[in-house]
Design a protein around this ligand. Structure first.
Ligand code: SAH
Ligand code: SF4
Ligand code: F3S
Length: 441
């Protein structure tokens, strides 16, 4: 590959995918290729896909369809697709039939070989369809081109072993495997040297970090080690599975200065009956007890969650239990999803699917309740002084700055531009439903 190319990457899905895209870009940049945000001028177009819900797949298909014209005008453009959607059985073959102008299809397990596939495609071998059906060992040392120079993701474990009955992730991301703590620490140290202030540790279930590693280590121990890294200011992590969030982890957050007081703790449903059908391994009472413990040890904690509405068999009563749980816990925010059937998951075969209309009506009621609580939670920040990591200019008003509190709240504020990348104190002068407004003090 001697020619310098322009590449465009679009990413759907979760932070895992975002990090994978940062690695794709990290592999291309050192070869002299240049990233562009304009599809039309790109020599290489990469779609990094998600399949967690049906609408995620629809978006990808819509975008692929739209490339037909571009490919006709510029046939030399390389179109590549990777990510979770491609990892599903039979998907790659289906895609190539439907969109014959696609040049490269690879799965999540072999995405790290992207450069190799690209040079083959540039050499004239098209299409290349190669989806490995098994995860490889963890690949260390891949270059990464992070989206931000202030905060960044660090994956600590790959895959998932939980097999919640609605979820496709374990099918497309493979089994759980953890990185060696030294590798994680080295990566973070290198980031701190470059000026990073905040890291978010990533994994589908970070609380089961360390299983199978020699010498033994668990997530709480990893957190304490990371907390010792000099120059690092903030550590966040996601996602925590309620069944595995140990007292030791809660203790670590309470005691370690860099560990931020925010926990994303997906509940999925407030009904014990539904939780059982979801294979979540906790019931409402256990979840509520966990929340009580967290609030007791970390009084100013911000709690966020994921909720699925309309899982098969969910009755009005079950849904009412979800609503009442949301009100009881008082989440700072919640991601709410309409249940979506996924091929190959047990819930797809359950006979008692909830009619679309009932799902949507419940969904709207839930969103209303969630938003009301978010607004109330934000109100509590009014007139308070908070620590903000300044990430850049405000999106809506570039005379202002934007950043986040330790608890993850977005703050738009008047302040000194020289402080971008630094921690500053900001007085909140207005609390809105989804963000805070303030001024630097
Ligand atoms: N590993 C994380 C999240 C994985 S996917 C966890 O265990 O919490 C992110 C969220 O998507 C899930 O928390 C769930 O709320 C939602 N989700 C997953 N599968 C879904 C499906 N089939 N339909 C609707 N929402 C789904
Ligand atoms: Fe999916 Fe459950 Fe694994 Fe999360 S824990 S990725 S919801 S199977
Ligand atoms: Fe989607 Fe894969 Fe993440 S299915 S949510 S991109 S792990």
């Amino acid at each position: 590959m001697n020619k310098k190319l322009k590449y465009f990457i679009e990413t759907w899905g979760c932070q895992m995918n975002e990090e994978d895209s940062e690695k794709l870009s990290g592999g291309l940049k050192p070869l002299g290729h240049e990233r562009t945000d304009k599809k039309e001028e790109a020599d290489v177009i990469v779609y990094n896909t998600c399949c967690v819900r049906e609408n995620a797949e629809q978006k990808v298909e819509g975008n692929l369809g739209a490339l037909k014209k571009l490919k006709k005008e510029k046939p030399e453009t390389v179109i590549a697709i990777t990510g979770c959607m491609m990892q599903q059985e039979g998907m790659a073959e289906g895609i190539i039939k439907k969109f014959p102008y696609v040049d490269i299809i690879i799965g999540t397990h072999n995405a790290y070989k992207f450069n190799e596939y690209l040079s083959r495609a540039l050499g004239g071998e098209r299409p290349i369809v190669e989806v490995w059906n098994k995860e490889d060992d963890i690949i260390e040392g891949q270059p990464i081109d992070r989206a931000s120079s202030i905060k960044g993701f660090v994956t600590i474990m790959y895959g998932c072993n939980n097999f919640c009955t609605y979820c496709i992730v374990p099918h497309v991301r493979g089994r759980e495997r953890s990185r060696q703590p030294e590798q994680i620490e080295n990566e973070i140290r290198a980031m701190v040297k470059e000026g990073y202030k905040e890291i978010t540790l990533l994994g589908q279930n970070v609380n089961s970090y360390g299983k199978g590693l020699e010498p033994e280590i668990n997530f709480a121990q990893l957190l304490r080690r990371i907390n010792k890294i000099e120059g690092l200011e903030r550590v966040k992590f996601m996602t925590s599975h309620p069944k595995d969030l140990s007292d030791e982890v809660i203790e670590a957050i309470a005691e370690c200065d860099k560990l931020c007081e925010c926990i994303h703790l997906p509940v999925q449903s407030g009904s014990s009956r539904i939780l059982k059908k979801m294979n979540r391994h906790y019931d409402r009472e256990q979840y509520v007890e966990l929340i009580r413990k967290i609030k007791e040890r970390i009084p100013n904690v911000a709690l966020t969650t994921d909720i699925i509405v309309g899982f098969p068999g969910e009755t009005e009563e079950d849904f009412e239990e979800t609503l009442s749980l949301v009100k009881e816990v008082e989440y700072d925010s919640a991601f709410t999803f309409l249940y979506s059937k996924r091929k190959g998951t047990p819930a797809d075969l359950m006979l008692d699917q909830v009619p679309e209309e009932a799902k949507k009506a419940r969904f709207n009621r839930l969103v209303e309740a969630v938003n009301e609580i978010s607004a109330k939670k934000n109100k509590a920040y009014d007139q308070k002084v908070v620590e903000v990591l300044v990430e850049g200019l405000s999106k809506n008003d570039d005379s202002k700055l934007a950043g986040r509190t330790r608890t993850g709240k977005l703050v738009n504020f008047a302040g000194n531009k020289e402080n971008i990348g630094k921690l500053v104190n900001v007085k909140i002068i207005k609390a809105q439903s989804f963000s805070l407004v303030g001024e630097e003090v």
